[in-house]
Design a binder for this molecule. Structure first.
Ligand SMILES: NC(=O)C1=CN([C@@H]2O[C@H](COP(=O)(O)OP(=O)(O)OC[C@H]3O[C@@H](n4cnc5c(N)ncnc54)[C@H](OP(=O)(O)O)[C@@H]3O)[C@@H](O)[C@H]2O)C=CC1
Ligand SMILES: Cc1cn([C@H]2C[C@H](O)[C@@H](COP(=O)(O)OP(=O)(O)O[C@H]3O[C@@H](C)C(=O)[C@@H](O)[C@H]3O)O2)c(=O)[nH]c1=O
Ligand SMILES: [Mg+2]
Length: 303
């Protein structure tokens, strides 16, 4: 049996990694803060030394983007120091580390999709702390894959889809920013991609390492994403609301966010043959789980 340690067990990604179709000889040991507090770097080293792990997927993070602006010590502890500790401990144990990172390492000022080696320039504490985690993993000497993703959504945990459905249930109209561009990512699809990468890293010492991008395919804005959520929700008899397109300036937040978050899939396609499906198709699976499958109304003539 190969044991794979997964942090962030109760998060969006951790939940989907637990549900993913791992081979029978792989056991997922998913842990949360009660098993291991990631601000305790000694405890991280002890957890890795505890047994012979096959690999580690660090799916936990401090993901409250606005809160991080005023809580930077905790954000840096979880997002940078913990990956550093995992990098060091996994290098010592000779096992691969899969670290998850974010589009928010980029400034968002590029016209096209961000390539893995494009210059990073985070706009806020969350992005900077995640970049710190990337740099620490890269310089730890561990065999690693850093997978940047963006706009992660799922039927579980806190995310934009669930926020829209909750707020849309009691409000006829919502104001949503229309000048931030990106691709939503189903946590289920991200988990599948990480499964592929992790298994290759376990099985093959020569498996591709380095930095990769994964999101679902297709570009949208938060406003158009919200519209599609309500369109598909209404088809299922769920909440619906009008979406008023606003600018980032109309929606002030503590943290600045990138205007363009689009991630290129070139590296992950070349190295691992992973080609993501369209984001609106992935969204449909999430709404099936949250609301139920779409109702097909039969138009029968009553006699
Ligand atoms: N969500 C998104 O839109 C995006 C996420 N990412 C990255 O993807 C990865 C997965 O994110 P996602 O699943 O959405 O995040 P979630 O916020 O859903 O889950 C994060 C998990 O990390 C845990 N965690 C936080 N602090 C600690 C700590 N001190 N010790 C142990 N566990 C802790 C949380 O536990 P608890 O809830 O108990 O605090 C939670 O289970 C992260 O690396 C994130 O940075 C990248 C781009 C977009
Ligand atoms: C709820 C709401 C949000 N917005 C805006 C704010 C923001 O620009 C955008 C999305 O809101 P969120 O709160 O989901 O944004 P945010 O938490 O910044 O999402 C980010 O999380 C981190 C962890 C990442 O790594 C990123 O990839 C990204 O997914 O929509 C509105 O315009 N209207 C609204 O009613
Ligand atoms: Mg958020």
């Amino acid at each position: 049996m190969r044991d794979v340690l997964v942090t962030g067990a109760g998060g969006q990604l951790g939940t989907e990694l637990r549900r993913a179709r791992w081979p029978e000889n792989v056991r997922i040991v998913a842990i949360d803060v009660s098993d291991l507090d990631l601000t305790d770097t000694d405890a991280i080293a002890a957890k890795i030394a505890e047994r012979e792990w096959a690999a580690v997927i660090n799916g936990a993070a401090y993901t409250a983007v606005d809160k991080a602006e005023s809580d930077l010590v905790t954000a840096w502890a979880v997002n940078a120091m913990a990956p550093a500790a995992f990098g060091k401990a996994c290098a010592k144990a000779g096992i691969p580390l899969v670290q998850v990172s974010t589009d928010y390492v980029f400034a968002g000022d590029k016209a096209g999709a961000w390539e893995v080696d494009d210059p990073v320039a985070p706009l806020g504490v969350y992005g900077a702390s995640k970049l710190g985690g990337e740099l620490a993993v890269r310089t730890s000497g561990v065999r690693h894959a850093i997978v940047r993703t963006a706009w992660v959504v799922s039927a579980h945990g806190a995310n934009f889809v669930k926020t829209m459905l909750r707020v849309g249930a009691t409000n006829p109209a919502l104001r949503v920013v229309a000048d931030q561009h990106g691709s939503p990512t189903s946590a289920t699809d991200l988990a599948d991609a990480l499964l592929t990468i992790t298994l290759r890293l376990i099985e093959d010492e020569q498996a591709p390492t380095g930095t990769f991008h994964f999101s679902n395919a297709g570009a949208t804005t938060w406003a158009d994403f919200a519209r599609e959520i309500f369109r598909q929700s209404a088809l299922r008899g769920g909440a619906s609301a009008e979406v008023e397109a606003i600018t980032t300036a109309d929606y002030p937040t503590p943290a600045q966010r990138p205007a363009n978050s689009l991630l290129s899939h070139r590296a992950i396609g070349d190295a691992y043959g992973i080609t993501p499906r369209d984001w609106d198709v992935a969204l449909s699976d999430i709404l099936d789980e949250l609301i139920g499958a779409s109702v097909v109304v039969a138009t029968e003539t009553q006699v």
